[in-house]
Design a protein around this ligand. Structure first.
Ligand SMILES: C[S@@+](CC[C@H](N)C(=O)[O-])C[C@H]1O[C@@H](n2cnc3c(N)ncnc32)[C@H](O)[C@@H]1O
Length: 305
């Protein structure tokens, strides 16, 4: 495969531009939210609750990368945290979380999500548990920063070796545009961990936006070529259900479970635990989304070695 081959990813899903719409759809229990997502949300809250319990941390420094405009991954985590450094590439998400932390009148209401996590998932139904958790989240979220995970130094170099946990969920599938860049990107995030620090990672298997964009461009390119060399059959061949594309030198391996595990290892981690979450319906109605099995989540806890 050609090093540095790059797929252009224009824009990305519109929902990422709109924190309120994104959270309403995926992280609320309001009308119009994605009910099929709730089932998966319930599972990922439960999984990371369990993984954090197992990690047995205390006063941990946690950094979230690509946190989006949401806090789901930190609700259980905050019980073990001293401080949380929250980051995302989107300025709108950074602003949104800052407003939420300040808890002003324009602040988004995550209380139904937090109550769901604390009462229904963790099982703490006491009167004040959810509101105390929300307060803890707000006060421990010490910094909210704009950070590009693909940059040489996503956050300040003074933070190298500073954290007990790097948390990154459903971000790299959007941010990392080639397969070759995946493990190096993860390794670069790993440099912010102390020795033996933990990686908490979620990925969606078999589907990522750069790939869909690539497929779209490939298809358009092929159609164009088809017009130019009518009847010539040397490209886009298909064997045994595997697609062998040679456009831009990009290999066409899906981000399979094996790919993610290999990358986590190559990035200098040892997988301690993992869980798979299948879903019954696609997350988003987007072209290129294949059957529901394309939307399996892998949740990983790994240790830096
Ligand atoms: C599907 S959302 C996931 C958000 C959140 N972690 C969650 O679990 O809902 C993908 C996030 O990745 C962020 N993102 C995309 N490219 C990025 C980059 N290069 N660096 C950091 N974050 C990025 C987007 O802003 C978006 O918030």
């Amino acid at each position: 495969m050609e090093k540095g081959a790059e797929i252009s990813l224009k824009g990305g899903p519109e929902l990422f531009e709109n924190p309120v719409a994104y959270c309403d759809r995926y992280y609320s229990f309001k009308e119009g939210s994605d009910v099929s997502s709730h089932q998966v949300l319930q599972q990922r809250l439960a999984i990371f609750d369990e993984l954090y319990k197992r990690a047995n941390l205390a006063n941990a420094r946690i950094i979230e990368f690509g946190g989006g405009p949401t806090i789901w991954s930190l609700i259980s985590a905050v019980r073990y945290a001293e401080t949380i450094t929250f980051t995302d590439f989107g300025q709108q998400n950074v602003d949104f979380l800052k407003t939420w932390k300040a808890s002003g009148s324009e602040s988004y209401d995550f209380s139904s999500l937090i109550r769901y996590a604390v009462a229904d998932v963790e099982g703490d139904r006491s009167e004040s548990a959810a509101s105390e958790r929300q307060d803890a989240l707000r006060s421990k979220m010490a910094a909210i920063l704009k950070a590009d995970v693909t940059a040489a130094d996503p956050v300040d170099a003074s933070l190298v070796g500073h954290f007990d946990v790097v948390s990154v969920h459903y971000c790299l599938l959007h941010a990392v545009k080639t397969h070759d860049d995946y493990a190096p990107c993860l390794a670069n995030l790993g440099k912010y961990l102390k020795p033996n620090g933990l990686l908490m990672l979620s990925e969606m298997l078999g589907c990522f936006h750069a790939q869909r964009q690539y497929e779209k461009e490939k298809k358009e390119g092929d159609e164009k070529k088809e017009e130019e060399h009518h009847g010539n059959d040397h490209h886009g061949d298909q064997q045994d259900g595997h697609h062998h594309h040679h456009h831009h030198g990009q290999d066409h391996v899906e981000r399979s479970k094996q790919f993610i595990f290999d990358s986590v290892k190559a990035a200098g981690f040892e997988v301690i635990e993992h869980r798979l979450i299948a879903r019954e319906a696609p997350v988003m109605d987007v072209p290129g989304a294949r059957d529901a099995s394309s939307w399996t989540t892998v949740a990983i806890m790994a240790r830096k070695i």
